[in-house]
Ligand binder design. Sequence first.
Ligand SMILES: NC(=O)c1ccc[n+]([C@@H]2O[C@H](COP(=O)([O-])OP(=O)(O)OC[C@H]3O[C@@H](n4cnc5c(N)ncnc54)[C@H](O)[C@@H]3O)[C@@H](O)[C@H]2O)c1
Length: 243
Amino acid sequence: MTDDSIVTGAASGSGAATARRLAARGDAVVCADLDGDGAAATAAGLPEATSFTLDVTDEAATDAMVAATLERFGDLHHAVACAGMELHGHSLDFSVEDFRRTVDVNLTGCFLTAQRSARAMRDKGHGGSIVLIGSINSKIALANFAAYVSSKGGVLMLGKGLALDFAEHDIRVNVIGPGVIDTPMSANSIADPVRGAFLMSKTPLGRPGQPEEIAEVAAFLTSEGASFMTGAYVPVDGGWLAG
Ligand SMILES: NC(=O)c1ccc[n+]([C@@H]2O[C@H](COP(=O)([O-])OP(=O)(O)OC[C@H]3O[C@@H](n4cnc5c(N)ncnc54)[C@H](O)[C@@H]3O)[C@@H](O)[C@H]2O)c1
């Protein structure tokens, strides 16, 4: 039987890789993103997929995404919330608008995707699994990054809170904590000689991770192999948090 999955942030990076990975194991996948053309391009390369344009902070759009999933594929088993953004800036000068937007996209967006997906899973009368993409910054701060680290710290506790609330419906919720991953979000930092050297000095494996290495863990967490895992935080960071 085919599982049906939603992946947000599916236009790019780890979200696109996750959509491809879930499709490779046979899932029907809804590729959702603010970048509708990018989401459509991801979906176009998959055997059974569709795309959806949404801002993950938009309640009505999130409801519409879940409704479209049920209409197209008839069910929903997994949701992976990969959509995210980052803004750098010193906290003395950072605007409250940028702070709110970062928290809204990275934290509230995860909440909305998870809540509306879990309602559909509950209404279908079966369990499911949800993965939220946090960060190493769910655990540790970096300078000039207060809004982002606040949002990702929130994702860590959101995952635990949702895991407790959804367990009675056999819906599991886990958080992945990527380290430095080679995606458009981090490309400039990796390429910058000073910043890139700093990031690699913190990464014992000595290289950026690939989006497929996030996708592989997302696939595991949404598989039967992870059937007793919920409320977990799984770092995928080349060893950064070990040090
Ligand atoms: N790249 C890294 O080094 C790194 C490290 C830790 C965590 N992460 C997290 O991994 C996740 C995936 O990021 P990525 O590295 O693939 O970056 P990316 O920039 O390649 O992809 C992020 C995607 O999210 C989409 N998006 C942004 N705001 C959105 C919104 N409001 N609604 C819907 N979609 C929106 C973008 O359009 C983009 O397609 C993010 O949550 C990010 O914070 C990335």
